[in-house]
Design a binder for this molecule. Structure first.
Ligand code: NDP
Ligand code: RET
Length: 308
């Protein structure tokens, strides 16, 4: 197989940056990376991470996932408009009590996380179909499989992403186009910094005192603990994304964090939904005993399997 052109979105930081740099530095030089970001003023960290590969196996282009014209302009600028692999990574987070979040902000989140994907796929799919080859790789989340309290809107956006890809994958396969949803658990990136910074500043006067207290005193500290104990690096997620891209038969879904898998497995273990609901309830509201015990078990597992 010759060199494959990979278009990655959201490369100014985090997972997108790590994926673009990792692909560009591939020891077998299998990829030509088109690393995109909406604000080229933020290209510094990627240029640094790309090192010698910059302007050789990696080029940086402007692309805003919320703007069809910018997507078209970027794809039109590529020889034959050819994108062999799309890594749809651009996305943002949002946490907090629903009553404190505006519909405008929710729509903005969906505009990036869901409609951004729809715009990108609409742009590259027809050419992939004509060529009868391609791979659509999408940065979803464990929250695309399973909701988490105070992540209602973010989780909904990732469920939308999952439904979209699962539906499209069947038709795509008919044209020899592969689809993969990469599903990371917590990853230590700007994403984490931004959501917690927003949460600290959040005006909680729109909700009742009990909910505000649960968010501030239970959810925030515990979820931060989860990031600290289970959080992966963007490089770990990038490594697994490359494995998915180079697999002979790429999976439809790939969870990157083995330590988070017991959580997502609950969903499939009980179709009534009671098991994950009751377990999460206990972990959160009876956290002193159950939550700490769970973290203890996960840490033990972590030592055994290595942090993956
Ligand atoms: N971090 C985590 O815990 C997890 C993250 N994910 C998913 O991984 C993906 C990457 O997130 P992560 O690397 O962690 O977070 P970062 O905040 O570090 O990176 C997000 C990237 O998306 C870009 N972006 C946001 N909006 C747009 C847009 N409209 N057009 C183009 N680019 C845009 C950001 O650009 P800019 O700098 O301009 O804002 C940035 O480059 C997201 O889809 C996220 O949902 C999934 C599971 C866990
Ligand atoms: C609070 C809490 C949890 C937190 C999970 C977190 C914080 C997951 C974050 C995932 C992210 C950030 C995905 C991004 O797409 C658990 C472990 C489910 C157990 C129940 C209590």
């Amino acid at each position: 197989m010759g060199t494959r052109r990979v278009l990655v979105t959201g490369c100014s930081s985090g997972i997108g940056l790590a994926v673009a740099a990792r692909l560009a530095k591939d020891e077998f030089k299998r990829f030509k990376v088109v690393a995109t970001m909406r604000d080229l003023g933020k290209r510094g960290p990627l240029e640094q991470a790309a090192g010698d590969s910059l302007n050789k196996t990696l080029e940086i282009k402007q692309l805003d996932a919320c703007c069809e014209d910018s997507i078209r302009e970027c794809v039109n600028s590529l020889p034959d408009r050819r994108v062999d692999i799309l890594v749809n990574n651009a996305g943002t987070g949002m946490i907090g009590p629903l009553e404190c979040q505006s519909i405008v902000d929710m729509k903005e989140l969906f505009d990036t996380n869901f409609f951004g994907l729809a715009r990108l796929v609409k742009e590259v799919l027809p050419d992939m179909k004509r060529r009868k080859s391609g791979h659509i790789v999408v940065m979803s989340s464990v929250m695309g499989i399973q909701g988490l309290l105070f992540n209602d809107v973010y989780s909904a956006s990732k469920f939308a992403v999952e439904g979209f890809c699962e539906s499209l994958a069947v038709q795509a396969l008919k044209f020899n186009i592969k689809t993969t949803l990469v599903e990371p658990g917590p990853v230590v990136t700007e994403f984490e910094r931004k959501v917690y910074e927003d949460a600290e500043k959040m005006d909680l006067s729109g909700t009742d005192e009990e909910t505000a207290k649960i968010f501030r005193e239970v959810y925030l500290p515990y979820s931060r603990k989860v990031f600290a104990s289970l959080g992966q690096t963007p490089e770990e997620v990038a490594e697994q994304t490359v494995e998915v891209i180079t697999a002979k038969q790429p999976p439809l879904r790939h969870q990157t964090n083995r330590l988070y898998m017991p959580m997502t497995a609950l969903k499939h273990a009980d179709p009534t939904g009671r098991l994950p609901l009751d377990t999460f309830y206990k972990m959160i509201f009876k956290h002193d005993s159950v939550f700490n015990a769970t973290l203890g078990v996960l840490r033990m597992l972590q030592k055994r399997v290595g942090k993956k």
